[in-house]
Design a protein around this ligand. Structure first.
Ligand SMILES: Cc1cc2nc3c(=O)[nH]c(=O)nc-3n(C[C@H](O)[C@H](O)[C@H](O)COP(=O)(O)OP(=O)(O)OC[C@H]3O[C@@H](n4cnc5c(N)ncnc54)[C@H](O)[C@@H]3O)c2cc1C
Length: 502
């Protein structure tokens, strides 16, 4: 590689050398031509042509069309790190930021974030609807929302970088409005009781109060509604991801664009009261560089699995879930990609500026998108109708058949609307109980999770990232006790259900 590079440079130098000057007394070039020997310039031009042809053939023969063997791969991660975070979405960068913010002494932790897709074209974070709400049923989820709302309100104090423009995540304060039918009313009231006990400001509305507040709503089939009075709304997901990334990098976190394709793991069998168990440790993370055959093994102390919808695949690389069935080693991370659509429509006579993030009794949700009569919304498909996840194609019939009828019933103005655009993204869906998976794996001792948020991860990223960093740096959760979210619940079979999944 280097020899060819030198040769190339040498060729450049020789070509640049001027021809002899006849006026200076040396032999004129024409006389040299008559000798019958080819000119030096021609020899090198031919040689260069041959080398270029050789390059071309070599390139065609190798996988990865942009690969060139004549350059050293740029952006290789360091050979050693304390913490390797796999996944550069909002969760990965949140953990990275908090690790640096909480490290006991400056520059004690070498942290690397590895992201396989610099364009983030399929990452959940950038494809999300950007909503934040306090209205969950699980106290830990409510606490995470409250913490995150505080964090977002004071974001420049946390993530501001000297001499860089202030952060603007384009926060739109607006309450979530949950509507409940007669059958669901008691559940909604119970949720509100829990939310208030955790310090959230949520009001209950009767159908008459609802109609008075929002005259454009058809209240048929609504028994009760809950409305968030503060700490709710939506914001720009990319701005939050980028703010975490910019701050973390300013604090010394390494960013590496490459794909983690495997781990080197060492294992030991130990007799425990639960029987013989295999405990493992990740020694190296293998990072495959883009458009290259080159990879870098990174020796590390800890790995954080922040791979979002792909986190089960990553966990498997560390031997999670690959043991025999009915053993602890055989319990896989129950997180998979589930495709969710977002539709944007225009309706000039739709709800005005006071339009909340409305979640209908049917599960259909929508909110205002900007100020020009545009709206954004969707519905999670029923379990038996989960769409194919091989691509991110949008099924427009889903809007026509499942979403629009519900919208038009709830808001008569939506009977005439025009869909303007749509996209799809993947939820990092926890099939066990639709809740986060946070903390250390019980058998792979240096593997930590931050995944499985099933559609509410963006808003919880500040709190969840902090929790995982606390566990790593301090050895325990400090701000919010997240013990419930540990992987151990898949071993015990104890679900922690969240009732308010949208
Ligand atoms: C349509 C939709 C709407 C949503 N709406 C909301 C909402 O309103 N509010 C809310 O709070 N949440 C919402 N969410 C959920 C939220 O977006 C996610 O929970 C959150 O963004 C997850 O962040 P993440 O960093 O874990 O995942 P991601 O953003 O997907 O990041 C994971 C990254 O890991 C990388 N990666 C994977 N494997 C590897 C590997 N082997 N090597 C290197 N890199 C790898 C991927 O390329 C990816 O960039 C929504 C999601 C969707 C899809």
């Amino acid at each position: 590689m280097i020899r060819a590079g030198r040769l190339h440079r040498a060729l450049g130098l020789l070509r640049a050398r001027p021809l002899p000057d006849p006026a200076a007394g040396s032999a004129p070039p024409s006389r040299r031509l008559r000798t019958g020997h080819p000119q030096r310039r021609d020899i090198f031009a031919d040689l260069e042509k041959n080398i270029l042809q050789f390059y071309k053939k070599l390139k065609e023969a190798l996988p990865g069309s942009d690969w060139t063997p004549m350059r050293i791969t740029k952006g290789l991660p360091p050979e050693r790190a304390d913490v390797v975070i796999v996944g550069g979405g909002v969760m990965g960068w949140s953990v990275a930021y908090w690790l640096k913010a909480l490290e006991p002494k400056r520059d004690t932790l070498r942290v690397v974030v590895v992201e396989k897709d610099p364009t983030y074209s399929r990452a959940s974070t950038v494809l999300s609807a950007g909503g934040i709400r306090q209205q969950f049923s699980l106290p830990e989820n409510i606490q995470m929302s409250l913490y995150s709302a505080f964090f977002l309100r004071t974001i420049n104090e946390h993530l501001g970088v000297l001499n860089e423009p202030p952060i603007d995540i384009q926060f739109n304060p607006s309450g979530y409005l949950f509507l409940a039918s007669e059958d669901e009313a008691a559940k909604l009231e119970e949720n509100v009781r829990i939310q208030r006990a955790e310090g959230a400001e949520v009001s209950l509305l009767s159908p008459a109060q609802l109609k008075k507040k929002y005259p454009w709503i058809n209240t048929d089939g609504v028994a009760v509604a809950s409305y968030g009075l503060e700490n709710e709304g939506w914001f720009d997901p990319w701005s939050l991801l980028n703010a975490f990334r910019r701050k973390a990098m300013s604090m010394g976190v390494y960013q590496c664009f490459g794909e983690v394709t495997s781990f080197t793991v060492s294992s030991i069998e130990v007799m425990t009261p639960e029987g013989e168990l295999t405990f493992s440790r990740i020694k190296h993370v293998r990072v495959q560089m883009p458009n290259s055959l080159e990879y870098q093994p990174v020796e590390c102390a800890l790995v954080v699995n922040a791979a979002g919808p792909w986190s089960q695949k990553l966990a498997e690389m560390a031997s999670v879930g690959i043991g025999p069935p009915d053993t602890q080693e055989g319990i896989e991370l129950p997180v998979e990609p589930r495709k969710r659509y977002i539709f944007v429509w225009h309706c000039p006579d739709g709800p005005g500026l006071d339009c909340p993030m409305l979640v209908d009794t049917t599960g259909v949700y929508f909110r205002r998108e900007g100020l020009g009569g545009n709206y954004l919304g969707s519905l999670s498909p029923a379990e038996e109708e989960e769409p194919d996840i091989r691509d991110l194609e949008v099924d427009h019939d889903f809007f026509q058949e499942k979403i629009w009828p519900c919208l038009a019933r709830r808001v008569p103005a939506f009977e005439s609307l025009k869909v303007k655009s749509a996209w799809a993204g993947y939820y990092d869906y926890n099939t066990f109980d639709q809740n986060a998976v946070l903390g250390r794996h019980p058998l792979v001792e240096n593997l930590f999770f931050i995944t499985g948020f099933s559609g509410h991860g963006l808003q919880h990223s500040p709190a969840a990232g902090r929790a995982v960093a606390e566990l790593i740096v301090e050895g325990k959760f400090k701000t919010i006790d997240m013990e419930k979210f540990s992987f151990k619940r898949f071993v015990s079979g104890e679900q922690i259900l969240e009732r308010n999944i949208v």
